[in-house]
Design a binder for this molecule. Structure first.
Ligand code: ZN
Length: 196
């Protein structure tokens, strides 16, 4: 995910309801939060992450997903096989993740890495608060795992490259799901599994 392009505010009551009316299977997912030992994240960063989980929960509610956030990561040991782990890192990512705010490996397990400093830098000087963007980043990456797919959509939460306009929509939680992304979550391994 990257940034660039126009800044414009769009308010539409219609987009708020997209994807909210279809009957959905309620999906429950445990997400464990951990902090990398490679660098120090200050208390403000921890507060940003906490606030971001509230935004991500709101976003997922529209897709029929309830997230059970767990911290510290050690609390997840008993649930490891059925939980997603997110590591927050302040370190500069390696070359293979050039420009990425975060990454998930949907075909290799249940682990996500978020680059806190890049998320913060992406909205530096922008009206979009860090926790809002972070909330969307969490929702985006978790969705890759729920869908078991590295695919992206033309618009919305699963867009591969968010613009300034998308950031402006995030401020008011107006950036929505593409309907096909909700379908992919619902028909993905977490939506159809029996032991959740
Ligand atoms: Zn992505």
């Amino acid at each position: 995910m990257f940034s660039s392009a126009l800044f414009r505010i769009a308010v539409s009551g219609f987009v708020l309801t997209v994807g909210a009316c279809a009957a959905k299977t309620q999906i429950r997912v445990a997400v464990c939060l951990s902090y990398a030992h490679d660098s120090y994240l200050n208390p403000d960063a921890h507060m940003d992450v906490e606030e971001a989980t509230l935004t991500a929960s709101q976003i997922f509610k529209r897709a029929g997903v309830t997230v059970n956030w767990r911290t510290p990561a050690s609390a997840c040991l008993a649930h490891q096989s059925r939980a997603i782990t997110i590591t927050f890192s302040a370190a500069e990512p390696s070359a293979e993740h050039k420009e990425a705010l975060a990454y998930a490996l949907p075909f290799e397990g249940n682990h996500i890495v978020v680059f806190y400093s890049r998320v913060k830098a992406a909205v530096s000087g922008d009206r979009c608060p860090v926790p809002k963007l972070m909330g969307y980043v969490l929702a985006h990456e978790i969705t890759h795992l729920l869908q078991k797919c590295d695919c992206h959509s033309r618009e919305g939460v699963m867009k591969g490259h968010w613009s300034r306009h998308d950031y402006s929509q995030m401020v008011y939680s107006l950036l929505q799901w593409a309907p096909e992304d909700i379908d992919l979550i619902q028909t993905g391994p977490w939506g159809t599994r029996k032991d959740k």
